[in-house]
Ligand binder design. Structure first.
Ligand SMILES: [Zn+2]
Ligand SMILES: [Zn+2]
Length: 424
């Protein structure tokens, strides 16, 4: 006791890129891993390696594969405790299972490792504090997807915030992030939209529901490709909150996800709205129902959000053929995905060939990440003299935000590179 040890922060991935997020904190012989994701945009790519014996535990912030998808790698032999909210662990199990189905051949783990990961889960609630090795950790609401958390880590008299993915503003589905950090020594901040602002949410909602109504009232079908966890439910809640009165269908893994979400009311801003929206939607499970749905005026919400596989790949071919129909994209479209091609060229892949689309194509931004303005406001209101690490963004975004912090706020700021270690 006595002398304060230095803390090492090591970035294993998810820096100067979006995907495969992983950070290790070390103090003396104690170590804790914050997230261990996978990069799914190319052949599955994992963060740098860390031996399980160097860790006292793993903390998972939310279910997205870019944060959770590599964690089963640690469960071949070890019994490391895995801390997350209950909802996060249940959703992660579904997403990783699905990932195994799609990419199984390329993955370094299988179902038994996923089962072992789930068996070692320890559930933590927002506001709860627990000990991992030398680290005292508190979960704070992140507002990003259902179950998502930020981490407030205390060790050797220092306080570090790991925001993971966060949305400061409330949405129809979730409350905004809890920013009650107190005085801190460092913050590891996501930078997905560090250089981009989102349009006003309520205006966007009105515009979206209005356009959906127009198409359906003119006899058309609206396809909304959306990721199963979070965005699908958000779209349904937006329609319900604005009194949308026509048929809404929901397809894909979202069904299983919905059932789990309904069992966890405390994670939602307005559970009654969610429940109403999910109960009104008709859940599609069979091919016969899919073929019937595309023949009527209605809205179909289906994965995948970027049209890479999933039932949306079937719907898009049918919906694209008619002028009266519409495809409304509600998520970011990564370059090279079918969704991006659709948005930029108004074309879809059909039997391996690019074909023009007759239906209307529009994009509505329903982001679950904070925009540039919100990130800067958060940084301006930080207490203490924190070191800022900008992560989880394109190279330019991370660097631009770090520069802004140094110039405008005078805090030390870094855009770490993979493998880089900082001492605090
Ligand atoms: Zn995320
Ligand atoms: Zn992420």
């Amino acid at each position: 006791m006595g002398k304060l040890e230095s803390i090492k922060i090591r970035f294993l991935g998810g820096v100067r890129e979006v995907g495969r997020s992983a950070v290790v904190l070390n103090s003396e012989h104690s170590g804790v891993l914050l997230d261990y994701g996978v990069q799914v945009d190319r052949d599955p790519d994992f963060p740098l390696h860390i031996p399980p014996k160097d860790l006292d535990g793993i903390i998972l912030t939310h279910a997205h594969l870019d944060h959770s998808g590599g964690i089963p790698i640690f469960y071949f032999r070890s019994k490391l405790p895995l801390y997350s909210t209950e909802l996060t662990l249940r959703l992660s199990k579904i997403l990783i299972n699905d990932f195994l189905k799609l990419a199984g051949y390329y993955l370094p783990y299988e179902h038994p490792e996923l089962e072992a990961m789930v068996d070692n889960g320890i559930f933590v609630e927002y506001g709860e504090t627990f000990q991992v090795g030398k680290f005292r950790v508190k979960f704070l609401e992140a507002g990003h997807i259902p179950g998502s958390a930020q981490l407030l880590v205390e060790v050797d008299g220092k306080k570090i915030v790991y925001t993971s993915d966060l949305n400061v503003l409330e949405t129809r589905l979730l409350k905004g992030a809890d920013l009650d950090y107190g005085e801190i020594s460092a913050i590891i901040l996501e930078s997905t939209y560090a250089v981009e602002d989102h349009p006003d949410r309520l205006e966007m909602e009105k515009l979206f529901v209005g356009r959906v109504r127009e198409v359906v009232e003119a006899g058309g079908t609206v396809l909304v490709p959306a990721f199963s966890v979070g965005r699908s439910q958000e779209v349904l809640c937006v329609l319900e909150a604005h009194g949308f009165e026509y048929s809404v269908f929901m397809d894909g893994m979202a069904l299983e996800v919905n059932e789990i979400m309904l069992q966890h009311p405390l994670y939602f801003r307005d559970y009654a709205l969610l429940r109403r929206a999910l109960e009104k939607a008709r859940w599609i499970t069979q091919w016969r129902e899919r073929r019937e749905a595309v023949r009527q005026p209605c809205v179909i919400v289906s994965p995948a959000g970027m049209l890479k596989g999933g039932a949306a790949a079937f719907y898009v071919e049918k919906v694209a053929k008619e002028k009266r129909n519409a495809i409304f994209l509600v998520s970011y479209q990564i370059p090279g995905t079918p969704g991006r091609v659709l948005l930029e060229q108004r074309k879809i892949y059909s039997n391996g060939k690019l074909k023009p689309v007759e239906a209307e194509v529009e994009k509505f931004s329903f982001s679950s990440h904070s925009g540039s303005k919100e990130l800067k406001t958060l940084l301006k209101t930080l207490q203490g003299n924190p070191v800022v690490y900008t992560v989880h963004g394109e190279d330019e975004s991370c660097q631009a935000l770090a520069r802004w912090v140094e110039e405008e706020l005078g805090f030390k700021a870094y855009a770490p590179k993979p493998g880089e270690i900082f001492e605090l």
